[in-house]
Design a protein around this ligand. Structure first.
Ligand SMILES: [Ca+2]
Ligand SMILES: [Ca+2]
Ligand SMILES: [Ca+2]
Length: 218
């Protein structure tokens, strides 16, 4: 019995030291839920660094950059907006998160509240009335957002919000576990459509065919 226990301990230690194996997995969605599919061959998602999108609505794209933890917007090479230095932006997605036919910046960021406590929020920044401004500040989320993107995952012509967030403690995950979730804009915020089981997900991306791709370590 003691020998068996010793073998078990050695096996556990050995397993714990094995490097986690990383694989790429894909997800596709229907209007109700999402399901895992064979991983597409395209490369993994990369962190947002720079993108271009027409925020002003004049038909000419602006450049949106993530510089450190600040967002910069450039028009004709000149900076026209920079995010509040108090915001620590962790990821950015460009698209139409609020389904109004105009393009905006969707950001996940940390921001101190009045008590100095850092809280994680999703924010929408838009060009309205001739200037870029915060038009929607989501309440602080309980489980921090690490990565987000906008894509039409179910092919109905409306973009969904896809998020990698910290897994809920007690769901069998550790501190580095994440869940993948897909959210629908409902008029003044997002409704959860679907959430994956916890896993070591990272590198959220999307293929040309709107398949959500993530790397999964296990
Ligand atoms: Ca423009
Ligand atoms: Ca919009
Ligand atoms: Ca859609």
């Amino acid at each position: 019995m003691a020998a068996l226990a010793l073998v078990a301990v050695i096996a556990t230690t050995w397993l714990a030291r094995l490097p986690l194996k990383e694989q790429q997995v894909g997800f596709t969605c229907d209007p109700q839920a999402c399901r895992q599919i064979t991983a597409p061959q395209e490369g993994p998602g990369t962190p947002f660094m720079e993108g271009s999108i027409d925020l002003t609505g004049d038909g000419e794209p602006e450049i949106v950059q993530l510089e450190g933890h600040e967002i910069r917007v450039l028009q004709n090479g000149a900076e026209i907006w920079r995010s509040d230095p108090e915001w620590q932006v962790v990821d950015v997605a460009l698209g139409d998160p609020n389904d109004d036919g105009r393009y905006e910046i969707l950001a996940a960021l940390w921001k101190p509240n009045n008590a100095g406590e850092r809280l994680n929020h999703p924010y929408i920044i838009a060009h309205r009335g001739g200037t870029l401004k915060l038009i929607w500040g989501g309440s602080a989320v309980t489980y921090p957002i690490h990565e987000l993107l906008l894509t039409d995952a179910d092919g109905d012509g409306i973009q969904e919000l896809c998020v990698l967030e910290s897994a809920h403690p007690g769901d069998g995950g550790d501190a580095s576990a994440r869940t993948l979730s897909v959210w629908d804009w409902h008029g003044w915020g997002f409704n959860l459509r679907w959430r994956s089981e916890p896993g070591h997900y990272g590198n959220l991306g999307v293929t040309a065919g709107n398949t959500i791709v993530v790397t999964l370590k296990k």
